[in-house]
Ligand binder design. Sequence first.
Ligand code: MG
Length: 350
Amino acid sequence: MRDLMDIRETILAREKANLSSLAACAADTCGREIPEPEDNIRTVYMRDRDRIIHSKAFRRLKHKTQVFISPGSDHYRTRLTHTLEVNQIAKTIGRALNLNLDLIEAIALAHDVGHTPFAHCGEEVLNMRMQEGFKHNENSLRVLKRIEAHGNRRGLNLTREVLDGVLNHSGFSASGKALTLEGQIIRFADKIAYVQHDIDDTIRAGLLEEKDLPAKYTDVLGHSLSDRLTTLVEDLVQEGLALSLGPGREKPKLSFSQPVHEALTGLRAFLFKEVYTGDVCQKERERASFVVDFLFSHYLKHPEKMPDFYQQIAVLEGRERGVADYISGMTDNFCVALYRDLTMPRSFIG
Ligand code: MG
């Protein structure tokens, strides 16, 4: 039997020797909040990725909305398939720039675990109902640090680089905010993925045709899903290849080229107007918001009806927080089933 103890050391040495000077090598991690003994084989980022995949919050992404609420076909994106597309796009960019793919994968798979049922309309309801507001990226951090369990304690105890990448994945300003290039890439890969796949799903739903997209943007980005993805990925790679460490060895900020940034921002604004807040989505959003709002009021009034864990949070951190943690973790399906159970006479629930 071979002693496995030196495998991780070999992987760490290989990262140092082969990755770009801009990469976040696992050997240089800022570490975990609570120090842990090292694994024989896996680096810290490989372990983080595995903890995320094994989490319940990750599995629930399969029944959380991306844009279309409970669409009548299996071919629409869900929050889980969105996450996988972000991971794939980010890894292509990361591979081209010779960055740390384990860190990229860990952040990509974790970035949306804090999303509410019914996507942004659930988020808006919780944001209105919570005194301190509610943002899905901050909630992803909370899920990873407070709600999910690892071993016999709460929190997955992930590395600072993964948590930083998750917290800084949202927002649409021009340049990346995360401390690592790997984290910055997730922010761009998220936008590349959702703008393009939401267009694709909207076309699938018959609400839009390719020719309806404003030519001033598609002339820059491309006239098909595949062409646009290629343009966006290649643009970011070109910009990334031109970057270097600052004089104090600080990590540079990544961004799209100006024309590509403007075209993607314009296309996103078009989607907001025509799709996200358009008539068809809006009616379903109002219904979904009503359900989330109803459940929030119900559990605020009856915290004793929540599972023990969320009751404890309500006692320790306030009732609103406990209710928000319980509701934000729900899948769309669970949310609707609960609503029906609470509001319909038993004989009507088939
Ligand atoms: Mg996302």
